[in-house]
Design a protein around this ligand. Structure first.
Ligand code: SF4
Length: 250
């Protein structure tokens, strides 16, 4: 089913995403916990079932984006002008946006309920179930960002435009401190997300970032295999996601 979006002032859009749009299965959560699909031992298999049964009633998904102009200054190749401010994204991100002339600045969240549940469980002497809930919450949040990304791609396709991969402050040498500037491009309280003094998002299970768009833009996989950044904590995650996607595509 195509996603629905509603237009807000200043080229912002709210996208409707429900639990079933995420398509998260028991196998996904087993893999996230480090097991093979269908092989989580008890009590973890039962815990995953419990989380999947509870999640639809607990998730408070909100997602959206705002379209702003984007360009890469000729004299500053390590960053991008996004909606006005210059972001020192690093050359990995800036290079991926070379053909884009517009950015979808996006944010999404699954709300606070699952993180509260996980911390209550841990405080009540059920740390294993708390860990499963927290891991599932991370999976739901990442999947929300992926579904939003696919939605933006579909909306852009209708306008004859392509999209890049998505990038967030803190990834690919982009300083996480630029999160606050990024949020200054979104309406106040967008998706119910606020930033702490140290620019962390609340609710914690939220994702923000940018997606480039343009008439000659094509979406490519992350290029971790060609990247010279050693000791990157995200390399294994992104490489794993890529191979899972390849597996699912068959
Ligand atoms: S290894 Fe991948 S995730 Fe890490 S900085 Fe390089 S491109 Fe980005």
């Amino acid at each position: 089913m195509p996603l629905r979006q509603s237009r807000q002032p200043d080229d912002a859009y709210v996208v409707e995403i429900g639990f079933h749009d995420l398509g998260v299965t028991k196998a996904d959560l087993e893999i996230r916990l480090g097991y093979e699909a269908g092989r989580a031992p008890e009590p973890f298999g039962g815990m995953i079932d419990e989380v999947l049964a509870e999640a639809p009633g607990r998730l408070g998904i909100q997602a959206g984006y705002r379209l702003v102009p984007l360009s890469r200054p000729a004299d500053k190749r390590d960053g991008l002008l996004i909606g006005g401010p210059f972001f020192r994204t690093g050359t990995i991100v800036a290079g991926e946006f070379a053909r884009a002339d517009e950015a979808a600045v996006f944010a999404c969240t699954i709300g606070p309920s699952l993180e509260t549940w996980a911390s209550d469980l841990t405080g009540d002497g059920e740390p294993a179930l708390g860990f499963v809930v927290d891991s599932a919450a991370s999976e739901f949040a990442e999947r929300t960002a992926a579904v939003l990304h696919d939605g933006v791609a579909a909306f852009m396709r209708e306008r004859g435009r392509g999209v890049t991969n998505r990038y967030s402050p803190g990834y690919c040498t982009w300083d996480v401190g630029e999160q606050r500037t990024l949020f200054s491009l979104l309406p106040d309280g967008f998706c119910g997300i606020r930033l702490t003094e140290s620019a962390l998002m609340v609710p914690v299970k939220s994702v923000s970032g940018i997606i480039g768009t343009g008439k000659s833009v094509e979406r490519r996989d992350y290029r971790c295999d060609r990247c010279g950044v050693e000791e990157c904590v995200w390399r294994a995650v992104r490489t794993k996601k890529k191979s899972e996607t390849t597996d699912k595509r068959g």
